[in-house]
Design a protein around this ligand. Structure first.
Ligand SMILES: C[S@@+](CC[C@H](N)C(=O)[O-])C[C@H]1O[C@@H](n2cnc3c(N)ncnc32)[C@H](O)[C@@H]1O
Length: 279
């Protein structure tokens, strides 16, 4: 029998076959960016196992198979969040290619958030400096693409932990926060910061939801899901990273036991405002 709150060491999409149909509320993930991690000039640390240098068409076809399998395991009304960056200063439009195949897979586009990483790398690649011949446009932002299955409105009700000021700030589709700075400490070369899954999980799911990450990496989505009283399912191809995830999950304090049902009810009543902007 399939158990929630586990991390599976395996390669998606095949490894996802064990997940029953229609049990996942929210997927928050960041696939490898196919930027030859380890060999590009911005990041000299490769993944422990995965080779990040497929042909672009092969990479997109592979991701499409993964998100087709995600569609199967999502509930009707479930959501998918994909954090991705484009390649080569925007000339490899990975985000647009993903949006295209997600539509082909019957997902409904929900929103597109720009994550401004508050960080510009050293400006040495100018292309043609001071000339319109072939200037470069470095991209200090990434995409956070949100899709849903069947319905933009959640088809189940639940309790929320979203606060009013969080809703107001996060519902603007321009997010500014710094990238993860603890990658050496965790031993993973391409993590997103906890702020990213925190916002997605609180904005897009109720307490107790099932949150999945098919490309778990160092487990940031899973750790945050646990801390926010959601169930989690993770997949990661590298056993080295799975060990890191399990350590992190063990260490990460879970707030679950600290919150009484009464507290959750209060949050529910005070903070949950049904604003139906799709109607
Ligand atoms: C960008 S990282 C994810 C980082 C994660 N968001 C975090 O904050 O820790 C992508 C991960 O996908 C993993 N990966 C690559 N191919 C995979 C596959 N077929 N199945 C599962 N994981 C895979 C890589 O090993 C890598 O850890």
């Amino acid at each position: 029998m399939f158990e929630l709150n586990t991390v599976i060491n395996g390669a998606v999409p095949e490894a996802m076959k064990v997940v029953p149909d229609g049990i996942v509320d929210l997927i928050v993930t960041s696939p490898p960016y196919n930027v030859d991690l380890g060999n590009n000039k911005y990041n000299k640390t490769p993944y422990s196992l995965y080779k990040d240098n497929k042909e672009h068409f092969e990479y997109i076809a592979w991701l499409k198979m993964v998100f087709e399998e995600c569609y199967r395991v999502l509930k009707s009304g479930g959501r998918v969040v994909i954090n991705i960056g484009d390649g080569k200063n925007g000339s490899v439009p990975t985000g647009s290619d993903i949006t295209q195949f997600m539509k082909d897979l019957n997902y409904i586009p929900y929103t597109h958030i720009i994550w401004e990483k508050s960080q510009v790398g050293s400006r040495t690649s100018w292309g043609s400096f001071n000339s319109p011949s072939s200037p470069s446009f470095p991209t200090p932002f990434e995409h956070i693409l949100v899709f849903c299955k069947d319905s933009k409105k959640l088809l189940e009700t639940g309790k929320t932990d979203l606060k009013g000021d969080e809703f107001i700030e996060w519902s603007l589709a321009l997010w500014r926060f710094a990238p993860e700075i603890r990658m050496k400490e965790f031993g993973h070369p391409a993590m997103f910061p906890e702020e990213l899954p925190k916002r997605c999980i609180k904005m897009l799911s109720y307490i107790g939801a099932v949150v999945m990450d098919p490309f778990a990496g160092a487990g940031t989505t899973l750790v945050v899901a646990k801390a926010l009283k959601r169930n989690y399912i993770g997949f990661e191809i590298s056993s080295k990273y799975v060990d890191i995830i399990n350590e992190r999950l063990k260490d990460e304090p879970s707030f679950w036991d600290d919150w009484s049902d009464e507290q959750i009810d209060i949050i529910d009543e005070v903070e949950k405002k049904e604003i139906s902007f799709w109607d």
